[in-house]
Design a binder for this molecule. Structure first.
Ligand SMILES: C[S@@+](CC[C@H](N)C(=O)[O-])C[C@H]1O[C@@H](n2cnc3c(N)ncnc32)[C@H](O)[C@@H]1O
Length: 257
């Protein structure tokens, strides 16, 4: 996947230059016809628009655009009070006023982390893709734009960059470790949401799912929760202790003895 950071002008593009250095990506000058690189040389561009960082497709094969926006209406409808009755709350094992400390070890676009934080959990988000981490950092950094209620939820979300498989596993710091790995290679007919399809195009399939689960079990004090497509097999060789099935997804829960 060919990605560049787009600049709107020759000067005063400090944040774009920093982003390209951080992500080790080339920059492309959009307003100049003398630019050595053309938009068509890339599949996706990272662009700042209306103070938001967007990943934008350039050609016919592009699936759309990605941006982390915690004011998204659909996400906030899910995060409303009825979320306590949803499978994600049951899978986390929420009881009474107890709110587990969660490591969302496959943070992605932060939607599941947002739902868990809206349930009152303190959520540490871990993401290993530098590009996805940059989008997530941008979305979390705009707390001031979202209004008080959303900003209060974001205060419970702490972002980290790194790979779960390299995480220090000799101390159990989290009650729950949550995993939502990328899909394995799947049949064409399977329905995948647009933003997840774009992530898939960008990052490829997950091949180390069983190792993720082993690592998560070492880190969790109480349980590991794995989000799966409804008909997918469990992540590792062992069957989960509890399953919560929804219309399109399933939560597999592994209890830590
Ligand atoms: C399907 S997405 C997660 C979507 C997320 N649950 C959400 O609500 O937006 C999976 C993400 O996990 C990340 N990931 C996969 N393996 C990882 C690992 N070993 N450590 C950290 N992040 C990982 C991928 O880079 C990708 O961004």
């Amino acid at each position: 996947m060919r990605v560049a950071v787009a600049r709107a002008g020759l000067n005063l593009a400090e944040r774009e230059i920093k982003l390209s250095a951080d992500l080790d990506l080339p920059t492309i000058e959009l307003s100049s016809s003398y630019s050595p690189r053309k938009v068509s040389d890339f599949d996706y561009l990272l662009v700042y628009r209306d103070s938001r960082l967007l990943l934008q497709g350039t050609g016919d094969t592009a699936i759309g655009e990605l941006c982390v926006d915690f004011s998204d209406a659909k996400l906030n409808r899910r995060a409303n009070s009825s979320i306590r009755n949803q499978n994600i709350a049951k899978a986390l094992g929420l009881k009474g006023g107890l709110r587990p400390a969660v490591l969302d070890a496959t943070a992605g676009l932060g939607k599941d982390a947002f739902l868990m934080a809206s349930l009152g959990c303190e959520v540490s988000l871990l993401e290993r893709s530098a590009l996805v981490h940059a989008l997530l950092r941008d979305g979390l950094g705009r707390a001031g734009y979202y209004g008080e209620e959303i900003a209060a939820i974001l205060l419970r979300m702490k972002l980290h960059f790194g790979d779960l498989l390299e995480f220090e596993t000799n101390s159990k710091q989290f009650d729950v470790v949550y995993l939502d790995p990328m899909f394995p290679a799947r049949r064409k007919s399977a329905k995948v949401k647009k933003d997840m399809a774009l992530l898939q195009q960008l990052l490829g399939h997950q091949t180390d799912g069983a190792e993720l689960l082993d690592c998560a079990k070492l880190l969790a004090k109480k349980r590991v929760v794995v989000k799966r497509a409804k008909l997918s097999p469990p992540l590792g060789p062992c069957k989960p202790d509890i399953e919560f099935k929804g219309s399109s997804s399933r939560y597999d829960v592994y209890l830590i003895a």
